[in-house]
Design a protein around this ligand. Structure first.
Ligand code: ATP
Length: 232
């Protein structure tokens, strides 16, 4: 039995966004690729049970608790870095242990920045704070919408390693435009193309795949080829 799933047809007004959808999520990383506007974020929102302009004619199942990281960082400008990190736990009437908060901030490279405000952070720092906030959640299903898009290449690789380690044992679904990222992390790679989800080959062996692995460069080149022409 899958941990979460969407089955049916997804429409947006008169347009069929995805026909005969059968998305099932299991433990591990599922990466969702596709051209801009294909409907990736919409699928993620439907899965997470969040409002969208699209309609699902079909069924959805998902755990009650879902970790969510949107394309925009959704940080609260009036709360400090630490306040933002603690917010989700606070909303549930719980508290994030200070040692855990401190460790998370250090892991995303924001040690000592707890008292700063989102406006004081760079785009990449804001994205790393949003990532830390998502990692602080103990959700069995985690949906990430382009979570590493604002990061420089070395930082992105470090955050891949961190997120992979911290989310071990969860079902993670991640939208990305980066084929190398999908191949480093993905236990499954799905390409949304012309209203259908296609399963693509992945790299076997330990994940995240080593950046120096020649198979990664070869597979990324092949994946770009498959993505070409993947128009919405
Ligand atoms: N609030 C909305 N109202 C109407 N249409 C919308 C709305 N949000 C998205 N759409 C449309 O739904 C379609 C799918 O959008 P979605 O954001 O899911 O695509 P995407 O594949 O995630 O794109 P990107 O890679 O650019 O983020 C697009 O054609 C978009 O214009």
């Amino acid at each position: 039995m899958s941990l979460a799933g969407l089955q049916g047809r997804v429409t947006l007004g008169d347009r069929v966004l995805v026909e005969a959808l059968d998305l099932r999520l299991y433990r591990g990383w599922t990466c969702l690729l596709g051209a801009s506007g294909a409907g990736k974020s919409t699928l993620l929102r439907l899965l997470a049970g969040l409002p969208t302009a699209a309609q699902l004619e079909g069924t959805r199942h998902a755990p009650a608790r879902i970790g969510w990281m949107a394309q925009s960082d959704l940080l609260q400008p009036r709360l400090s870095v630490l306040g933002n990190l603690r917010l989700m736990a606070r909303l549930r009437g719980e508290s994030l242990p200070p040692a855990r908060a401190k460790a998370l901030l250090a892991e995303v490279g924001l040690a000592g920045r707890g008292a700063a405000y989102p406006a004081d952070l760079s785009g990449g720092e804001r994205q790393r704070l949003a990532l830390a906030r998502t990692l602080a959640e103990d959700a069995p299903l985690v949906a990430l919408d382009e979570p590493f898009s604002a990061l420089d290449v070395p930082t992105r690789a470090m955050m891949h390693d961190l997120a992979h380690a911290r989310l071990a044992g969860r079902a993670v679904v991640m939208v990305t435009h980066d084929p190398q990222e999908a191949l480093r992390l993905g236990d499954r790679i799905l390409l949304l193309r012309a209203g259908r989800l296609e399963e693509l080959p992945v790299l076997t062996g330990p994940h995240p795949v080593d950046l120096g692995d020649p198979a990664l460069a070869r597979a990324a080149a092949a994946l770009v080829g498959q993505m070409r022409g993947a128009v919405a």
